[in-house]
Design a protein around this ligand. Sequence first.
Ligand code: GCW
Length: 719
Amino acid sequence: MGRLLAWCAALFLMAGTLTTTAAHAEDGYDLWLRYRPLPANIQARDSTRAASIVVAGDGSDPSVAKAAEELERALSGMLGGTVSAGGGVKSGSVVIGTAKDSRVRALALPLAGLGPEGYLIRSATIDGKPVTVVAANSGVGVLYGSFALIQRIQRGQPIDALDIASAPKLKLRLLDHWDNLDRTVERGYAGQSIWDWWKLPDFKDPRYTDYARANASIGINGAVLNNVNAKADSLTAPYIAKAAALADVFRPYGIRVYLSARWSAPIELGHLKTADPLDPSVAAWWKAKADEIYAAIPDFGGFLVKANSEGQPGPQDYHRNHAEGANMLAAAVKPHGGVIIWRAFVYAQENPEDRAKQAYDDFKPLDGKFADNVIVQVKNGAIDFQPREPFHPLFGAMPETPLMMEFQITKEYLGMATHLVYLGPLYEEALQADTWAHGKGSTVAKVIDGSLDHHALTGMAGVANIGTDRDWSGSTFNQANWFVFGRMAWDPEASAKAVAGEWSELTFGPDPRITPTVVAMMTTSREAVVNYMEPLGLAHMMGTGHHYGPAPWVHELARPEWNPVYYHKADASGIGFDRTKTGSNAVAQYAPKLAAMFADPKTTPERNLLWFHHVGWDERMASGKTLWEELVAHYALGVAEVADMHEQWRTLAPLIDRQRYAKTDSFLSIQQREAQWWRDACLAYFASVSGHALPPGEAAPAHSLAEYEAITFPYEPGR
Ligand code: GCW
C-alpha cells in the first residue's frame, strides 16, 4: 500500500512537472515579455513593493487600462501570486496615472518636460504609505512607464528608491513592414505576414494585440503595414477598412498605422490619365483619398513612398522632382495632421553614375524644398543594408530637411533567419558616425534627433523582421534586433552592449551565469559576419535576387549595379571601388574633412578601405600583411568567430530551456557551415582573379570555384 501510494505520488509529481513544462513551453512566442517566476529572494523583496495596482484616474483612459492589464499579468507572473488592479492605495501599491488625475497632481511631479510620451517612475508616499508611482502626461506615457517598471522587476533590479524619467528623443519610431497583400513578405524570413488581410476586418487575430504589446514595450509608435513596393489595392475601401481594424487594436498601445502609397494609384484606381503631381486632378484624387482614409482611421499616420527606384513609378516619370511629388501628397494629409515619409533609396537603371552617389545627387539640391510635414527617409548606408557601409552622405548634407533613419531589422544581406547577427553594433556605428556637418560631434544621431539643425519632425524606421513563425522573428536572437531597434529609436545614444545585456536578462532571465556569455556572443556577432562575408569595406557580393550566400563572380546581369563585380572591382591588379577623384569621386559628397580622409587610403579606416579605394593585392596593411593576406585573415577570423560563438552557446546548455537552446544550437551549426562556405567561395574566386595562392597554413577551399558558382536556390524564402 505504502509503495502504491508512493508510486501514485510520484506519478502525480511527474504529471505536475509535465503540466508545468507544457505551460511554460519556451517556443519564443513571449519574446522579451516573458513574465516567468523570479527567484524566491527577489519575489520576497519585490512583493512588498509591487503588491497591488492602483489606477489613479477614473479608468477611462484606454492606454492606462492596458498598462494596468500588463502590470497585472507581469507582476502576477513574476512575483508568484495574484497581483491585481483595483482597491485603494496600500503599502506597496503601484499607482499609475496621468497629470489629469488629482492623485497624481497632488504629488507635484515634474512632468512638464517629459512631452506627450515620456514617463516618470518614482518611489513616493501617499497617505503615509510607501508606493511606486508611474506618471506621465498621457496614457501612452503611463503605458511606457509601466513597461519600464516591469522590465526592471523582470531583470531583478531593485525597485525601492526609484526616480526615473525618460522621454523618447525621436518622434516617429516606426516598423516598416514589407508585407504584401497575399501574405508573402519581401525579405521576410519568419513565415508569412502576420496581417491576415483575407480575414480582416472581421477577425482580429489575438496576435495583433501581442504585436502591439511588444512594440509598446520598446516604445515603437507606428507601423507601416504594407510593402514599399506597393500595390494600389491597399488604398481601396476594403483594405482601408482592414487597416482601420488593425488601427483599432493598436490605438490604446500608442501605435498609429501608416500605408505605403503606390505613386500611380490615381491612374490604377482613379482611372486618371496621369499621376503628375502638378496636375490638379491628381492632387484632388489624393486629397479625396486622404479624406476617405482619415474618416476610417482618424489618427492615420500618413504615407510612406518609394518613388522612382527599382522600377517603381514616381514624379520623375512626369519630369517632376521628389519634392514636388512629396509636397503634393503632403498637402493631402496636412489638414489631418499626417506626414509623408519619402524614401531617399533611389537609383535608376538609366543612370550610369556610381550607385552610391545617386541618392545624394537627387536629393541634396532639394534641401529646403520639402513641405513641413515631409520627412525624408534615408538608409543608413548609400548602397543597401550591407553588413558594413560608411554612413549615408545625405546625413548632415540636408540641414533644411528633416531626415529619418531607415535601418533594416530583417537580415536580407546578413544570413537571413539563421545567422546569429546582433544588429545593435551596426546601428550604433551608423548613429555615432560623425558627419562633421557643423564640425566635430555632428553625429548622425544628432542629425536624426533634430538637435543639429533644429527639426521637430524626427524619426527612425526599421524594416521589420516579423512573421507568423511562433517566435515572431525566425530565431530567438533575431528578436534582439527588433528589441534594439526600439531602444535606439527611443534613444539613438543607447549603447548596443547595454541593450544586449538588457535583452538577455529579459529573454533568458536575469542569471549572471547567462548574461555575460550571451552579451559576448552578441557583441562580436556583427564583426564576425563582416569578416566572413565582406571584410575591409567590400559590399554586395551576395547571390543574385535572393541575396543569400556568396556570389562575387556574378558579372553578366543586365544592369551593371546588379552584379557583385560592379562593387568589388577585383582584377589582376587589386580590388575595391575607387570612389576618389580618379574614380567616381563619391568621397566629395562627405564634409570636407571626411572627404579628405576618405580620399587617401592611408587615412581611410581599414574597415572601409575597399569601399573607397582600389588597392593593389600586394599593398601593405597596418598589420604588415599584404592586402591579399589581410583579406584571407579576415575570412579566417570570421569563421573562427562563429565557431567561438557556437562554443560559448554550448556552455549555456544546462541553463537555457531546451527548445530555445536547441534551435539556436542548430542555427549556429548552419552559420558555421555557411561562414566556411562564404570564406571558401570568396577566396576561391579572389585567388583566381588575383593569381595569388593562399598563404601557407590556410586550408584550401573544400570545392572548386566552378562548384561554388553552380549552387542555386530556386525556392529560397523572402521573395
Ligand atoms: O535591399 C533592397 C531589397 C528590395 C527592397 C529595396 C528597398 C522593398 O533587395 O527587396 O524592396 O531594397 O529598400 O526598396
